[in-house]
Design a protein around this ligand. Structure first.
Ligand code: NAD
Ligand code: DAU
Length: 361
């Protein structure tokens, strides 16, 4: 029975990954979820699994060396899936330091503790041990609107404090691979969407605002392009890289689904109109009239687009969910989880929203 140490498992992608793994492997795996529960971590995301004998939650900070070492000492960890991070670009522009602390120092602590637990006297590692560092396409910088793509060989050129901190963490992982022959893979994925995504990110923010008849803030000219991937497809990619990824390799994961932000907003509005039942009062105001162009994000990357050729040819991964289906599933999930949205948007979220959007011309 393999034991997975998942960091940041109470966040958006981490919780979807844990659900995916239990759906796929049931009682044949063990999962330890280590998460400090920042504003983005939510144990409500994991209610359905918390009673399982093969699931354990540990509340700890990845920068806390003692706490992380203890988890390794008390458990025979086979696979680390390292999601824990500060993940929102706009927050990184306001407050960069916590991004360096969590994303860089936290990754250094995770690497140190895993190496200390796994490395044998002769400098090799037992069969089956692997550290998978979950990273982002943002490390590659910004593309022109010219049909080019990010490959694993594209030089790093991060622009935001968030992407710079993720790039630094990737380089630390690469240094462990080169220096200690550390058994790791890095995955660089494009924009995810799906259930449990915190409404600071574009898609859940637009769904939530539209359903309340609030303005839909579109940065700049709305023509920045992102490459959207349904979160389960990302989870599947991670599982496949854990199994089949060659030691030390990086794999880009992306959906071949480039869309301008304004297209995304329009698709959400059209899909909401289709899905809201006849007679629902929200049908009267869910419309393009809510769209409001606001001041652009500082240093806003123009376009991201992943070439997932390597993961397809080497590992056999391909995205399964068409955007039209994924967005319907996502909206259906938000319809069924109004209480979840109420909980995550109470209190601190209102303050965040006011700071970020009020007076944004
Ligand atoms: P998220 O912000 O939803 O979740 C992050 C989780 O990490 C939360 O549960 C939080 O409590 C936890 N965490 C934060 N700081 C911690 C600390 N110091 N110690 C322990 N736990 C801590 O993020 P997400 O969108 O699920 O992203 C997960 C990972 O995937 C990140 O590394 C991110 O860079 C990467 N990624 C995200 C996307 C995307 O579109 N969301 C795309 C590619 C890669
Ligand atoms: O590319 C992968 C990255 O995708 C991940 O590494 C990050 O963790 C994740 O947050 C995401 O980053 P983005 O900055 O691309 O995602 P976000 O949802 O914040 O914004 C998507 C696009 O929408 C971006 O061009 C900015 C724009 N936007 C965003 C918000 C929140 C708006 O126009 N209005 C908004 O209110």
């Amino acid at each position: 029975m393999k034991t997975y140490l998942v960091t940041g498992g109470a966040g958006f992608i981490g919780s979807n990954f844990i659900h995916y793994m239990f759906r796929k492997y049931g009682d044949t795996i063990r999962v330890i979820n280590l998460d400090v529960l920042t504003y983005a971590g939510n144990l409500e995301n994991l209610k359905e699994v918390e009673g399982r004998d093969n699931y354990t939650f540990v509340k700890a900070d990845i920068t806390d060396r003692e706490a992380v070492s203890r988890v390794f000492a008390e458990n025979d960890i086979d696979l680390v899936v390292h999601f824990a991070a500060e993940s929102h670009v706009d927050r990184s522009i306001r407050n960069p330091e916590v991004f360096v602390r969590t994303n860089v120092l936290g990754t250094a602590v995770m690497l140190n503790c895993a190496r200390a637990a796994w490395e044998k006297e002769d400098g090799t590692y037992p069969e089956g041990k692997k550290f998978l560092h979950v990273s982002t396409d943002e490390v590659y910088g910004s593309l022109e609107e010219d049909g080019t793509f990010f490959y694993e060989t594209t030089p790093y050129a991060p622009h935001s404090p968030y992407s710079a901190s993720k790039a630094s963490s990737d380089l630390l992982v690469k240094s462990y691979i080169d220096t200690y022959k550390f058994p790791a893979n890095i995955t660089n994925c494009s924009n995810n969407y799906g259930p449990y995504q915190f409404p600071e990110k574009l898609i859940p923010l637009i769904i939530n605002n539209a359903l309340q008849g609030k303005k839909l803030p579109v940065y700049g000219d709305g023509k920045n392009v992102r490459d959207w991937l349904y979160v389960d497809d990302h989870a599947k990619g991670i599982d496949m890289v854990l199994k089949k990824g060659r030691p030390g390799e990086t794999y880009n994961i992306g959906g071949h689904n480039e869309k301008q932000n304004i297209e995304i907003v329009n698709i959400i509005l059209e899909t909401l109109q289709e899905m809201l039942p006849a007679g629902d009062p929200r049908r009267s105001y869910v419309s393009k009239d809510l769209i409001t162009y606001v001041e652009d994000r500082k240093g806003h990357d123009r376009r991201y687009a992943i070439a997932p050729d390597k993961i397809r040819t080497e590992i056999g991964w391909e995205p399964e969910t068409m955007f039209a289906d994924g967005i319907r599933k996502t909206i259906a999930w938000f319809f069924e989880h109004e209480e979840w949205m109420k909980h995550v948007t109470s209190g601190a979220y209102q303050k965040y929203y006011d700071e970020m959007y009020t007076d944004r011309s």
